[in-house]
Design a protein around this ligand. Sequence first.
Ligand code: SP5
Ligand code: ZN
Length: 336
Amino acid sequence: MRCIWDDRQRAHVPTGEFFNGAVYPAAEHEGRVTAILGPIGSTRAPADFGLDPILRVHSVDYVDFLKSAHDQWLQAGREGDAFPYTFPVVRRRPLQLSRIDALLGRYSFDTSTPIGPGTWEASYWAAQTALAATEAVLGGERSAFAFCRPPGHHCGRDYLGGYSYLSNAAIAAEHAIAAGEARVAILDVDYHHGNGSQDIFYERSDVLYVSIHADPVMDYPYYWGHADETGSGLGEGANLNLPLPRGTGWSGYQPALAAALERIASHDPGLLVVSYGADTYEEDPISHFKLKTSDYAPMAQRIASLGLPTVIVMEGGYAVDALGDNVGGSSADSRA
Ligand code: SP5
Ligand code: ZN
């Protein structure tokens, strides 16, 4: 399978993240890169598709904020990564904000997604990586793997969170629509619900979003991912959430995957985007499913059995020692 990677994605070097009342070493760190690059073999760098395909998904003000946030942080006399600490609650009236702390809270929904000096550069090239994989598939490749970092499925049109800054999967899906595909589906198999991807397409019927994830009653991102979120307006019915309890292994996962694939087939998409997270793995340090390394090849085969042109976009996965096998093994298998 064609694999896309850009070394500029290493420019994002988060030092820590804040949750459960303390700062922890960042789970989404550069060790993931080395772990995945080994087994996937040769990679190609993406072309530069520019900002236009990013701005099909994200608002101009949000992109301007992302580009400039760390400079504003330094100008305010701070050092290290920029973190939010105060947030406008939902429905707080729109205001003309200028102080960096006000902006950080306005554009963030958690305290685990710091902005460093290289975050914009890495995020930009992650989006280009997703676009290059999409171009390859639109050009006739059966599938392509976009090794995107930082991940993307938690950020929305105008907010970041969950280690995500630009929505790589949504940018890929929108690119395919702009290229003439009538219908696209996103299948999200990361442990966490992809709230950003869901939000971006929630009122759309052309892009179906289907996710299998940990029940948000217990797990991040808590405020999205419930089974009764089915889309709204024109998008009613084009969103399918399949939450599963902590402790789910392959036997509990398979029926959800079957239901997801059935829904995707009935949407009849011209292209499938898979948001692939290996944090469903039994040893993942921040997650609670029980999938084994040997489960990822059958998962890939079942997804491939849809027979759809497929762009695979990397999301989470933090068990660095097994990450190579959990990513490389499945991408190698769906090559067949
Ligand atoms: C892309 C992706 O997988 N993002 C996940 C972001 C999850 N951040 C929430 C961190 C809170 C996890 N609690 C871990 C408890 C460890 N003992
Ligand atoms: Zn995840």
